[in-house]
Design a protein around this ligand. Structure first.
Ligand code: HSE
Length: 342
């Protein structure tokens, strides 16, 4: 049995979900994967906030006390780019593996962080950064490794899908956004969801896994201009409006598009409601593979975080002791960055 200690940065919705799930699944993970996962320290902003099920003795507001503790894996759930990036760099410099749900950080600094991890033979897990509980990062990076991907199309933002679903039932735009925030689906700044930027970040991450080519064209339109009248008109024609993100490999580069589209209600994309997401991946040999499930919410996202932690814990068990020191490369880290999603 290998003991793996976890430093948790951030204890908001997903962080609390992670604490709950890691506790609930601990024995099964021990039995099945031979690793004992223990949360050693938790970074929070406010010590006085009520967090049912979270051991108060683990909490601190001092980031370095958590990152520089004697932990094996740092789980970054603080969000944002600047501070989160500094935390991840520090963890990698300490020789700790990292798991993050932070797509904004990966979109801004992914190549640099993966390079730093590769230099040290460490891993960065980011399954939770795209589509919550749907294992789409693993599916692309490992499951479809034998095929050439031609295109990816998805409904990848739970908030927008939830808002459009509620508007179909008569709620106005503001009321629907408020409901999504209350359910914990929306980003801290919900305009990231509504204006399509969250979808763009996610489809870019998927595109970088699928295609060895840069994004050369990108257009992003969110759902702010979608009216109840448009939704009702679509409904009368047997259709729904959904925010669709697409990435396609074309000669010269990858084209990324995010925009609201009218879709037949009977289509698999049209039948995806509320915080559910769907991703259709087209492979040259495989044809279309479709994955659907909860794309936002505390427990589905926490399950994706936990799956990365388990995989890293197993990798750590198999790894020589010197890995993690600056400059040490394992043979398997010599090519692509060590993503857990393999
Ligand atoms: N705000 C995101 C969404 C959370 O609504 O999909 C999950 O990435």
């Amino acid at each position: 049995m290998r003991n793996v200690s976890i430093a948790l940065l951030g204890c908001g919705n997903v962080g609390r979900g992670f604490v709950e799930l890691a506790g609930r699944e601990r024995q099964r993970i021990r039995d099945r994967y031979g690793v004992d996962l223990e949360i050693g320290r938790i970074l929070v902003r406010d010590l006085t906030k009520i967090r049912p099920g979270v051991d108060r003795r683990l909490l601190t507001t001092r980031a370095l006390e958590v990152i520089d503790s004697d932990c094996d894996v740092v789980v970054e759930l603080v969000g944002g780019v600047h501070t989160a990036g500094a935390f991840v760099r520090r963890a990698l410099a300490n020789g700790q593996d990292v798991v993050t749900a932070n797509k904004a950080l990966l979109a801004a600094h992914g190549p640099e962080l993966f390079e730093a991890a590769t230099q040290r033979g460490l891993s960065i897990g980011f399954e939770a950064s795209v589509c919550g509980g749907i294992p789409v990062v693993r599916a692309l990076h490992r499951g479809l490794a034998g095929d050439s991907i031609e295109s990816i199309r998805g409904i990848v933002n739970g908030t927008c899908n939830f808002v459009l679903s509620r508007m179909e039932e008569g709620l106005d735009f503001e009321g629907a956004v408020h409901a999504a925030q209350e359910r914990g689906f929306a980003e801290a700044d919900p305009s990231m969801d509504i204006d399509g930027h969250d979808s763009a970040q996610k489809i870019r991450i998927l595109a970088s896994l699928a295609f060895d080519a840069p994004v050369t064209h990108e257009s992003v339109i969110g759902i702010r201009s979608v009216t109840r009248e448009q939704i009702e008109r679509a409904h009368a024609g047997g259709c729904v409006i959904r925010l669709v993100a697409e990435a396609e490999r074309l000669p010269g580069g990858v084209t990324v598009r995010v925009r609201p589209r009218e879709i037949d209600a009977a289509d698999i994309f049209g039948s995806v409601r509320d915080e559910y997401n769907v991703v259709a991946i087209r492979g040259r040999a495989t044809g279309e593979v479709v994955l659907t499930g909860k794309g936002a919410g505390a427990l589905p996202t926490a399950a994706a975080v936990l799956s990365d932690v388990i995989e890293i814990a197993q990798l750590r068990s198999a790894r020589p002791a010197e890995v993690g020191r600056v400059g040490v490369r394992t043979s398997s880290s010599a090519g692509a960055p060590r993503l857990v999603a393999r």
